[in-house]
Design a protein. Structure first.
Length: 236
């Protein structure tokens, strides 16, 4: 069986800086990839290439064998790649249900998960009709994921979803992401500096340093990798 997502030798330069410098990996449906590395190592830029916001300087991202990179963010969503951002960008006085209705409009015939199913999956039961602005910041982060999932993605990209969360909130988030991967068969890429959150959640971890892949393996392999400990985990 071929991989759902294939990232092939992706380079992204900003002027003289190679923010992403020849990254390759594959991702299967239903699996969770943790993307880690020091500040400035290129994680957010790589996520931007996957999400279509950055056109790669060279290399390709293919989804189900079709090139998905370099076509803009909107077409990436239509192709089945959805992302959340580091900041919570919700719809102010809108309720989550109203936001979900809008997001469902981007599905282009893909899988529809009902509002109740998404709320249940993310632990947001009872909050569908509350204004998003009135939700706790942890619930707003989960609501962002619900909105991304309402577009019916095959691949979900999460940029530092656990920022600002306490241990219990981060554990609930990890459960929700795991359920989304398992029950909806979505492939997930998660960038986060919180190792307590990310390591138990990830099936595979990819470590970036200076735009390139420093190491890739299971969380156990990565924890034991001396180069990773020296460049990153020793401080994390
Ligand atoms: N739009 C841009 N223009 C110029 N340089 C950029 C741009 N975006 C990122 N860079 C540079 O690319 C490199 C990688 O940045 P990036 O934000 O992808 O790293 P990161 O691993 O996500 O860092 P952090 O963990 O701090 O979020 C850095 O040197 C950064 O200054």
């Amino acid at each position: 069986m071929s991989a759902l997502l294939t990232v092939d030798r992706v380079v992204k330069r900003f002027g003289g800086v190679a923010a992403v410098d020849g990254v390759s990996f594959t991702l299967d449906a239903g699996s969770v990839l943790g993307l880690i590395g020091p500040n400035g190592s290129g994680k957010t830029t790589l996520l931007g290439v996957l999400a279509g916001t950055h056109e790669p300087t060279s290399g390709t991202v293919t989804l189900d064998g079709k090139v998905a990179s370099g076509k803009g963010a909107h077409r990436a969503v239509h192709a089945g790649i959805a992302r959340t951002f580091q900041t919570t960008r919700l719809f102010g006085s809108w309720t989550l249900r109203e936001g979900l209705r809008l997001a469902h409009g981007e599905r282009r015939g893909r899988q529809a998960w009902s509002d109740d199913r998404l709320a249940d999956l993310l632990g947001l039961d009872g909050l569908l009709d509350q204004p998003c602005a009135s939700l706790t910041s942890a619930a707003q982060r989960l609501a962002m994921i619900a909105l991304a999932l309402a577009t019916g993605p095959r691949v979900l990209l999460l940029d530092e979803p656990a920022v600002g969360m306490d241990t219990a909130e981060a554990a609930a988030l990890a459960d929700a992401v795991r359920r989304a991967a398992d029950e909806l068969d979505v492939a997930v890429v998660v960038v986060d500096h919180n190792m307590q959150f990310l390591m138990p959640l990830a099936d595979t971890v990819l470590v970036m340093a200076a735009g390139a892949v420093l190491a890739e393996g299971t969380p156990e392999q990565i924890r034991a990798d001396e180069a990773v400990i020296a460049s990153y985990l020793g401080e994390a």
